[in-house]
Write a new protein. Structure first.
Length: 159
């Protein structure tokens, strides 16, 4: 009886973790992956089907005009870290749309090139080119004022 209960419980957990697949839009509603369509701010909602720990965040703001980004995150620090740099989008004949980037100040390239597996007005999914089973889900979101203002302080006009 214990084994049956355990199997049922694991099945329920699996369905809950995969629930986002039910909300996946039809491919016909996907947008073309272009700097224009990804421009704006996104928040990392989940990684490999697991939401970020409470209090952790990753926001990334893409600027179409000059293909730059600002990333606000605290996943590896108690404080907000802001990473900046440039990104590029290209199409691979086998993998599809790929986004890659580098960091300002000689910090190097992103750790991976990412296949953009899904892009809608409100949701974007990425998977590392070298590990397509590892999915990052981003949703459109504003950067909370307390996080953004810590990076961009108010500038008082001099009289």
């Amino acid at each position: 009886m214990k084994n049956r209960f355990r199997v049922i419980l694991m099945a329920i957990v699996a369905v809950m973790l995969c629930g986002c697949e039910e909300n996946t839009p039809e491919p016909s509603t996907f947008l073309e992956v272009t700097p224009n369509n990804i421009a704006g701010t996104w928040a990392l909602e989940s990684f490999d089907g697991v939401a970020l720990h409470e209090g952790n965040y990753v926001y990334i703001e893409f600027v179409r005009k000059d293909r730059t980004y600002k990333m606000f995150q605290n996943t590896d620090s108690a404080y907000t870290r802001v990473l900046t740099g440039k990104y590029n989008i290209y199409t691979d004949s086998e993998a599809g749309s790929i986004i890659r980037g580098n960091y300002d100040y000689g910090q190097g390239d992103w750790s991976a090139r990412y296949i953009v597996t899904e892009l809608t007005e409100e949701r974007m999914c990425w998977a590392p080119l070298n590990d397509p089973s590892s999915i990052c889900v981003y949703i459109r979101s504003d950067i909370p004022e307390d996080i953004y203002s810590a990076y961009v302080p108010d500038v008082e006009e001099e009289e």
